[in-house]
Write a protein that binds this ligand. Structure first.
Ligand code: ZN
Length: 228
């Protein structure tokens, strides 16, 4: 059955690192995938290796890179909010949740992918995932999408236990790597590693590191978890 899927992330490249394989699977399944990218990563410290971006050009560079990654993943509905990078935690919480709610009401997703609240490591990640939870909490129980959160803190297994799902994305590994490479300003420092991993896999020399072939999510439990 085809469904509406919503991915909500603050920075260009989060979608590729966290969920490229999962989203490619949804696209292949015929699902309608919407991606919200809240900022343009304007404050990112990486400018490519060797440098090819400047503080002034970085937002434009990152927007172009994101559009290319979306093309590779197969996302046609990209919502760029262009909010200020590294400032989401200081935005009015109601405003942020209201912005998320608007997209939810419009796209009526069956599943939302985002970071797991308090386990996103970066303040922008945690602010946007908290806003997402607040938005979903405004919906009646029967209308709520499932929220799958990617937890990347060191203590995630201790606190949250095992992931609810471990998506095997090894079949679309090369597309995931292409999406990551599209974010050239952010990934050119690891491009040799990405190429080596791909070559090793193709030649059957080594297994691909798990991070590239398994995308893990914890379902958010609205009954027991809290973002406040
Ligand atoms: Zn990020």
């Amino acid at each position: 059955m085809q469904q509406s899927i919503l991915a909500i992330f603050p920075h260009p490249d989060d979608e590729s690192f966290v969920s490229a394989g999962t989203l490619i699977h949804h696209v292949k399944n015929g699902d309608m995938v919407t991606l919200v990218c809240a900022t343009l990563g304007q404050m990112g410290r990486r400018m490519g290796k060797p440098f090819f971006a400047t503080r002034e050009t970085l937002p434009h560079v990152r927007e172009k890179e994101l559009r290319q990654a979306c093309h590779i993943i197969g996302i046609h509905d990209l919502r760029l909010w262009k909010m200020q990078d590294k400032m989401l935690q200081f935005r009015d919480k109601m405003y942020l949740a209201g912005s998320v709610l608007q997209v939810i009401l419009e796209t009526e997703p069956a599943i939302i992918y985002t970071f797991y609240p308090k386990h996103g490591v970066h303040p922008d990640h945690d602010a946007l995932s908290a806003a997402t939870i607040s938005a979903v909490e405004q919906l009646p129980l029967t209308k709520r999408p499932i929220v799958f959160g990617a937890a990347i803190t060191k203590n995630r297994y201790e606190i949250l236990g095992k992931p609810t799902i471990e998506m095997d994305v090894s079949d679309v590994f090369r597309e995931k790597v292409s999406a990551l490479k599209a974010h050239k300003s952010q990934t050119s420092h690891i491009v040799d590693q990405l190429n080596a991993v791909t070559a090793n896999q193709l030649n059957g020399i080594k297994q691909i590191p798990e991070a590239y072939i398994k995308e893990k999510y914890w379902v958010y439990d609205f009954g027991t978890d809290s973002v406040s």
